[in-house]
Write a protein that binds this ligand. Structure first.
Ligand code: SF4
Ligand code: SF4
Length: 135
């Protein structure tokens, strides 16, 4: 059997601490039972299941910000209610959204949209996108 050696840099630790600070929860106590994912109504369309997201955060792996899970999450709170360790997973998802928005990463290149796209895209979505990207 081979073991993967886990190394944790200061950056990894800072990321994990930031998520826990925003969520107000200690996710280190998660023991990967999978109860949260088992009840998640959005699981089928998520890149990573909620328990996998928690595991990545435990490792301080910032690549968790590149998956769609926390955007797909509808904050229904089923996971939080099912967690035997009392972790508010929905709040953890909210923390990831906050961190992602604060990083001002651009998900929509407004300047790159064509005239045709501008005619069919919902105006309210465009306005929201402008607000997010300029505030
Ligand atoms: S239900 Fe709680 S303890 Fe179980 S995997 Fe999800 S977060 Fe971890
Ligand atoms: S709060 Fe989000 S992650 Fe939790 S069960 Fe609902 S949709 Fe899934």
């Amino acid at each position: 059997m081979s073991f993967v050696k886990l190394t944790k840099s200061e950056k990894n630790i800072r990321f994990r601490e930031k998520v826990m600070e925003l969520a107000g929860d200690d996710i280190q106590i998660c023991y990967q039972c999978g109860e949260c994912s088992g009840g998640c109504p959005e699981a089928a369309v998520m890149d990573l299941l909620p328990n996998q997201v928690i595991h990545k955060i435990q490792l301080g792996d910032e690549s968790v910000l590149d998956v769609n899970t926390y955007w797909i999450c509808s904050s229904c709170l089923v996971c939080s209610a099912r967690c035997p360790k009392g972790i508010d997973i929905a709040k953890v998802m909210e923390s990831l959204r906050e961190i992602s928005l604060r990083s001002k990463k651009r998900y929509v290149e407004l300047e790159a949209l064509t005239k045709e796209e501008l005619e069919v895209l919902p105006q309210i979505a465009l306005i929201s996108s402008f607000k997010k990207q300029t505030s």
